[in-house]
Write a protein that binds this ligand. Sequence first.
Ligand code: GRF
Length: 197
Amino acid sequence: MKRVGVLISGRGSNLAALIAAQRPDTYRIVLVIANRADAPGLGIAEAAGIPSCVIAHHGKTRETFDAEMDAALRAADVEIVALAGFMRILSDGFVRAWEGRMVNIHPSLLPAWRGTDVHARVIAAGETQSGASVHFVVPELDAGPVIAQDSVPVHPGDTPETLAARILAVEHRIYPAALTLLAQGKVRLEHGLAVFD
Ligand code: GRF
């Protein structure tokens, strides 16, 4: 059983999916950190009886903010970090410290469409497919090796909101599956690649 820390900034629906899928023989979420005190996801952690804290980023350098998160994660004996709608770019030092033990969910078929505002850009480009990806976190944004991915159709008339909702259902399915694989040691980061057993 691996001890997982989840970092959030907002709604927390992926956090809820990760909580629902935790098992005694895979992983347990032992800490939720939000960088915003008003993140609705904090209520999800509380309802599940999971310790949570707010580490605000305002007025701090990236390094100071990341050092505070690192200290909180280590104090809770966290072994794996899961970013779930966490909207801050992490310093290279923090990423390197957790490399191979930190994953993220991104709402596109990586390596396509990294960054923010994904659904509007996918629709504007006339894509007929999009999806979601779980990947190891590396210093370059949304560039880490993919652990799990699945696609959905983009329908004519889709808005960013309708497409986001279709993709969110995929996120909630693949994120717990990928975290379970990592916790079980069935996937690891090796020489910049995701290696599966
Ligand atoms: C998800 O779409 C995730 O892929 C993106 O931000 C959203 C977070 O949603 N990075 P939630 O907070 O997990 O509900």
